[in-house]
Write a protein that binds this ligand. Structure first.
Ligand SMILES: [Zn+2]
Ligand SMILES: [Zn+2]
Length: 306
Protein backbone atom coordinates (compact mmCIF):
# COMPACT_ATOMS: atom_id res chain seq x y z
CA UNK A 1 0.00 0.00 0.00
CA UNK A 2 1.38 3.39 -0.96
CA UNK A 3 2.61 5.77 1.71
CA UNK A 4 4.84 8.48 0.25
CA UNK A 5 5.71 12.16 0.33
CA UNK A 6 6.17 14.32 -2.78
CA UNK A 7 7.97 17.62 -2.34
CA UNK A 8 6.41 20.56 -4.20
CA UNK A 9 8.36 23.32 -2.49
CA UNK A 10 11.44 23.15 -0.28
CA UNK A 11 12.73 26.70 0.09
CA UNK A 12 12.25 29.11 2.95
CA UNK A 13 11.02 32.68 2.62
CA UNK A 14 11.34 33.37 -1.11
CA UNK A 15 11.31 31.40 -4.36
CA UNK A 16 14.87 31.32 -5.71
CA UNK A 17 17.42 28.98 -7.38
CA UNK A 18 14.50 27.14 -9.01
CA UNK A 19 13.16 26.29 -5.56
CA UNK A 20 9.73 27.20 -4.22
CA UNK A 21 8.22 27.90 -0.77
CA UNK A 22 6.97 25.01 1.35
CA UNK A 23 4.41 22.50 0.16
CA UNK A 24 4.28 18.73 0.12
CA UNK A 25 1.76 16.08 -0.80
CA UNK A 26 1.36 12.97 1.33
CA UNK A 27 -0.07 9.97 -0.48
CA UNK A 28 -1.52 7.35 1.82
CA UNK A 29 -3.23 4.47 0.01
CA UNK A 30 -3.95 6.87 -2.87
CA UNK A 31 -5.63 9.44 -0.65
CA UNK A 32 -3.79 12.75 -0.94
CA UNK A 33 -3.11 15.22 1.88
CA UNK A 34 -1.47 18.60 1.39
CA UNK A 35 0.88 20.01 4.02
CA UNK A 36 1.52 23.73 3.59
CA UNK A 37 0.66 25.59 0.44
CA UNK A 38 3.33 28.15 -0.40
CA UNK A 39 3.24 30.35 -3.48
CA UNK A 40 3.52 28.27 -6.65
CA UNK A 41 1.97 25.12 -5.18
CA UNK A 42 -0.59 24.79 -7.97
CA UNK A 43 2.03 25.19 -10.70
CA UNK A 44 4.15 22.53 -9.05
CA UNK A 45 1.09 20.25 -8.84
CA UNK A 46 0.58 20.62 -12.59
CA UNK A 47 4.22 19.99 -13.27
CA UNK A 48 4.46 16.90 -11.10
CA UNK A 49 1.02 15.58 -12.17
CA UNK A 50 -0.56 15.70 -8.73
CA UNK A 51 -4.32 15.24 -9.00
CA UNK A 52 -5.48 18.10 -6.80
CA UNK A 53 -9.10 16.92 -6.97
CA UNK A 54 -8.02 14.05 -4.73
CA UNK A 55 -7.04 16.40 -1.91
CA UNK A 56 -9.71 16.82 0.77
CA UNK A 57 -7.61 17.87 3.74
CA UNK A 58 -5.02 20.64 3.82
CA UNK A 59 -2.78 21.11 6.85
CA UNK A 60 -1.08 24.49 7.33
CA UNK A 61 1.78 24.58 9.85
CA UNK A 62 1.70 28.31 10.58
CA UNK A 63 0.80 31.67 9.14
CA UNK A 64 4.12 32.82 7.76
CA UNK A 65 3.46 33.54 4.09
CA UNK A 66 5.94 31.02 2.72
CA UNK A 67 3.63 28.31 4.07
CA UNK A 68 0.24 29.48 2.80
CA UNK A 69 0.44 32.19 0.09
CA UNK A 70 -0.70 29.61 -2.48
CA UNK A 71 -3.85 28.69 -0.58
CA UNK A 72 -6.29 31.32 -1.86
CA UNK A 73 -5.30 30.42 -5.44
CA UNK A 74 -5.94 26.74 -4.87
CA UNK A 75 -9.27 27.43 -3.14
CA UNK A 76 -10.31 29.63 -6.06
CA UNK A 77 -9.28 27.04 -8.65
CA UNK A 78 -11.40 24.40 -6.95
CA UNK A 79 -14.30 26.85 -7.19
CA UNK A 80 -13.72 27.51 -10.91
CA UNK A 81 -13.34 23.79 -11.56
CA UNK A 82 -16.72 23.25 -9.89
CA UNK A 83 -15.51 21.14 -7.03
CA UNK A 84 -18.35 19.29 -5.30
CA UNK A 85 -16.72 17.72 -2.27
CA UNK A 86 -16.05 19.65 0.94
CA UNK A 87 -12.51 20.91 1.54
CA UNK A 88 -11.12 20.83 5.07
CA UNK A 89 -8.40 23.22 6.14
CA UNK A 90 -6.54 22.64 9.40
CA UNK A 91 -4.55 25.67 10.51
CA UNK A 92 -3.77 27.86 13.51
CA UNK A 93 -6.20 30.68 14.33
CA UNK A 94 -6.29 33.46 11.74
CA UNK A 95 -6.36 31.33 8.60
CA UNK A 96 -10.11 31.53 8.16
CA UNK A 97 -10.09 35.30 8.53
CA UNK A 98 -7.29 35.68 5.98
CA UNK A 99 -9.05 33.56 3.37
CA UNK A 100 -12.49 35.02 3.99
CA UNK A 101 -11.35 38.61 3.58
CA UNK A 102 -9.95 37.73 0.16
CA UNK A 103 -13.12 35.93 -0.89
CA UNK A 104 -15.32 38.72 0.41
CA UNK A 105 -13.48 41.51 -1.40
CA UNK A 106 -13.44 39.62 -4.68
CA UNK A 107 -17.13 38.77 -4.18
CA UNK A 108 -16.38 35.11 -4.64
CA UNK A 109 -18.95 32.77 -3.23
CA UNK A 110 -17.31 29.41 -3.05
CA UNK A 111 -19.71 26.83 -4.46
CA UNK A 112 -18.37 23.91 -2.44
CA UNK A 113 -18.17 23.52 1.31
CA UNK A 114 -15.02 25.12 2.72
CA UNK A 115 -14.47 24.07 6.32
CA UNK A 116 -11.88 25.55 8.65
CA UNK A 117 -10.60 23.66 11.67
CA UNK A 118 -8.62 25.84 14.03
CA UNK A 119 -5.82 23.85 15.60
CA UNK A 120 -4.02 24.46 18.85
CA UNK A 121 -0.42 24.24 17.71
CA UNK A 122 0.90 24.16 21.27
CA UNK A 123 -0.31 20.63 22.01
CA UNK A 124 0.30 17.13 20.69
CA UNK A 125 -3.25 16.18 19.78
CA UNK A 126 -5.13 14.13 17.22
CA UNK A 127 -6.78 16.53 14.78
CA UNK A 128 -7.90 14.19 12.02
CA UNK A 129 -8.75 10.56 11.54
CA UNK A 130 -10.31 8.45 8.81
CA UNK A 131 -10.23 4.79 7.85
CA UNK A 132 -6.53 4.77 6.90
CA UNK A 133 -4.72 7.44 8.90
CA UNK A 134 -4.55 9.51 12.08
CA UNK A 135 -2.98 12.96 12.06
CA UNK A 136 -1.54 14.59 15.19
CA UNK A 137 -0.10 18.04 15.79
CA UNK A 138 3.53 18.34 16.92
CA UNK A 139 4.25 21.60 18.77
CA UNK A 140 7.07 23.59 17.15
CA UNK A 141 9.02 26.43 18.73
CA UNK A 142 8.83 29.29 16.23
CA UNK A 143 8.25 33.05 16.19
CA UNK A 144 4.51 32.55 15.83
CA UNK A 145 2.21 29.66 16.68
CA UNK A 146 3.43 26.73 14.60
CA UNK A 147 3.07 22.97 14.52
CA UNK A 148 4.27 19.96 12.65
CA UNK A 149 2.06 17.03 11.66
CA UNK A 150 2.47 13.39 12.54
CA UNK A 151 0.83 10.95 10.14
CA UNK A 152 0.18 7.50 11.55
CA UNK A 153 -1.10 4.93 9.09
CA UNK A 154 -3.75 2.70 10.64
CA UNK A 155 -3.08 -0.97 10.89
CA UNK A 156 -4.57 -2.77 7.93
CA UNK A 157 -6.95 -5.69 8.19
CA UNK A 158 -5.73 -9.25 8.62
CA UNK A 159 -5.19 -11.19 5.40
CA UNK A 160 -7.47 -14.17 4.79
CA UNK A 161 -5.95 -17.54 3.90
CA UNK A 162 -8.33 -18.85 1.20
CA UNK A 163 -7.29 -22.52 1.41
CA UNK A 164 -7.94 -22.54 5.18
CA UNK A 165 -11.33 -20.89 4.75
CA UNK A 166 -12.24 -23.57 2.22
CA UNK A 167 -10.93 -26.37 4.36
CA UNK A 168 -13.10 -25.27 7.29
CA UNK A 169 -16.04 -24.37 5.00
CA UNK A 170 -16.39 -20.89 6.45
CA UNK A 171 -19.24 -18.89 4.93
CA UNK A 172 -18.34 -15.60 3.23
CA UNK A 173 -20.50 -13.67 5.68
CA UNK A 174 -17.80 -14.18 8.33
CA UNK A 175 -14.88 -12.91 6.25
CA UNK A 176 -15.08 -9.33 7.53
CA UNK A 177 -15.11 -10.40 11.16
CA UNK A 178 -12.11 -12.65 10.50
CA UNK A 179 -10.22 -9.76 8.89
CA UNK A 180 -10.87 -7.77 12.08
CA UNK A 181 -9.31 -10.55 14.15
CA UNK A 182 -12.32 -12.52 15.44
CA UNK A 183 -12.12 -16.26 15.97
CA UNK A 184 -14.60 -18.49 14.11
CA UNK A 185 -17.12 -20.44 16.14
CA UNK A 186 -18.36 -23.56 14.40
CA UNK A 187 -21.95 -24.82 14.66
CA UNK A 188 -20.88 -27.46 17.19
CA UNK A 189 -19.46 -24.68 19.41
CA UNK A 190 -15.80 -25.47 18.78
CA UNK A 191 -13.50 -22.58 18.02
CA UNK A 192 -11.02 -22.06 15.19
CA UNK A 193 -8.46 -19.49 16.24
CA UNK A 194 -8.12 -16.46 14.02
CA UNK A 195 -4.40 -16.96 13.40
CA UNK A 196 -5.16 -20.31 11.78
CA UNK A 197 -7.30 -18.57 9.18
CA UNK A 198 -5.51 -15.27 8.60
CA UNK A 199 -2.10 -13.60 8.48
CA UNK A 200 -1.16 -10.55 10.57
CA UNK A 201 -1.65 -7.18 8.83
CA UNK A 202 1.28 -5.20 7.42
CA UNK A 203 2.95 -3.04 10.08
CA UNK A 204 1.69 0.54 10.05
CA UNK A 205 4.05 3.35 9.07
CA UNK A 206 4.59 6.86 10.35
CA UNK A 207 5.68 10.19 8.89
CA UNK A 208 6.66 13.15 11.06
CA UNK A 209 6.59 16.47 9.22
CA UNK A 210 8.31 19.20 11.25
CA UNK A 211 8.44 22.62 9.70
CA UNK A 212 9.73 25.89 11.10
CA UNK A 213 11.24 25.45 14.52
CA UNK A 214 14.07 26.29 16.79
CA UNK A 215 16.08 23.24 17.86
CA UNK A 216 13.62 21.56 20.19
CA UNK A 217 14.32 18.22 21.80
CA UNK A 218 10.86 18.13 23.35
CA UNK A 219 9.49 16.73 20.09
CA UNK A 220 11.67 13.61 20.33
CA UNK A 221 9.20 11.42 22.26
CA UNK A 222 6.43 12.37 19.81
CA UNK A 223 8.34 11.53 16.64
CA UNK A 224 10.35 8.66 18.10
CA UNK A 225 10.88 5.75 15.72
CA UNK A 226 9.16 7.40 12.75
CA UNK A 227 9.85 5.79 9.40
CA UNK A 228 10.46 9.18 7.85
CA UNK A 229 11.14 12.55 9.48
CA UNK A 230 10.99 15.81 7.58
CA UNK A 231 12.83 18.44 9.60
CA UNK A 232 13.49 21.99 8.57
CA UNK A 233 17.15 22.82 7.96
CA UNK A 234 17.16 26.48 7.15
CA UNK A 235 20.81 27.04 7.93
CA UNK A 236 24.18 25.33 8.02
CA UNK A 237 26.11 25.13 11.25
CA UNK A 238 28.12 28.32 10.67
CA UNK A 239 24.83 30.27 10.86
CA UNK A 240 23.76 28.69 14.15
CA UNK A 241 23.47 32.09 15.83
CA UNK A 242 21.21 33.34 13.05
CA UNK A 243 19.09 30.20 13.43
CA UNK A 244 18.45 31.09 17.06
CA UNK A 245 17.43 34.68 16.27
CA UNK A 246 15.03 33.59 13.52
CA UNK A 247 13.72 30.50 15.38
CA UNK A 248 15.01 28.03 12.82
CA UNK A 249 17.24 24.94 12.88
CA UNK A 250 20.57 24.00 11.38
CA UNK A 251 21.73 20.88 9.55
CA UNK A 252 23.45 19.50 12.63
CA UNK A 253 20.44 20.18 14.84
CA UNK A 254 17.99 18.48 12.47
CA UNK A 255 20.33 15.51 12.23
CA UNK A 256 20.69 15.42 16.01
CA UNK A 257 16.91 15.26 16.41
CA UNK A 258 16.73 12.45 13.82
CA UNK A 259 19.43 10.52 15.63
CA UNK A 260 17.99 10.93 19.11
CA UNK A 261 14.48 10.09 17.88
CA UNK A 262 15.86 6.99 16.17
CA UNK A 263 13.98 7.61 12.92
CA UNK A 264 14.76 5.53 9.84
CA UNK A 265 15.32 8.38 7.42
CA UNK A 266 15.66 12.17 7.60
CA UNK A 267 14.39 14.46 4.87
CA UNK A 268 15.75 18.01 5.14
CA UNK A 269 14.20 21.13 3.61
CA UNK A 270 13.12 24.77 4.09
CA UNK A 271 16.51 25.87 2.79
CA UNK A 272 17.72 29.43 3.14
CA UNK A 273 17.95 31.43 -0.08
CA UNK A 274 21.64 31.91 0.62
CA UNK A 275 22.43 28.34 -0.43
CA UNK A 276 22.42 27.89 -4.17
CA UNK A 277 24.04 24.48 -4.03
CA UNK A 278 22.56 22.11 -1.46
CA UNK A 279 25.29 19.51 -1.56
CA UNK A 280 27.23 21.06 1.38
CA UNK A 281 23.96 21.27 3.34
CA UNK A 282 23.35 17.58 2.77
CA UNK A 283 26.89 16.55 3.61
CA UNK A 284 26.89 18.49 6.85
CA UNK A 285 23.69 16.81 8.05
CA UNK A 286 25.04 13.40 7.05
CA UNK A 287 28.00 13.88 9.38
CA UNK A 288 25.57 13.37 12.26
CA UNK A 289 22.83 11.27 10.62
CA UNK A 290 23.86 9.24 7.62
CA UNK A 291 20.37 8.41 6.36
CA UNK A 292 19.65 12.00 5.35
CA UNK A 293 18.25 13.07 1.99
CA UNK A 294 17.45 16.47 0.48
CA UNK A 295 13.81 17.43 0.01
CA UNK A 296 14.29 18.01 -3.70
CA UNK A 297 11.22 19.33 -5.48
CA UNK A 298 9.44 16.82 -7.68
CA UNK A 299 10.93 13.88 -5.83
CA UNK A 300 8.77 11.32 -4.06
CA UNK A 301 10.01 9.65 -0.90
CA UNK A 302 8.59 6.36 0.23
CA UNK A 303 7.55 6.15 3.87
CA UNK A 304 6.85 2.41 3.89
CA UNK A 305 10.31 1.64 2.47
CA UNK A 306 12.22 4.38 4.27
ZN1 LIG B 1 8.99 29.15 6.68
ZN1 LIG C 1 8.02 30.49 9.68
Amino acid sequence: MTFSVTILGSNSAIPVHGRHPSAQVINIHDQLFLVDCGEGTQMRMNEFKIRRSRIHQIFISHLHGDHYFGLIGLINSYHLLKRQEPLHIYAPAGMQEIIEVQLKNSRTEIAYELLFHTIDASTNKKIFENDIVEVYTIPMNHRIECCGFFFREKKGLRKLLPEKLQQHEIPQAYYNALKQGDDYIKKDGSIIKNDELTLAPQPSHTYACCSDTLFNEQIIPIISGADLLYHETTFMNDSAARAVITFHSTTLQAAEIAKKANVKKLLIGHFSAKYESLQPVLEEAQQVFKETVLAEEGKTFSVENA
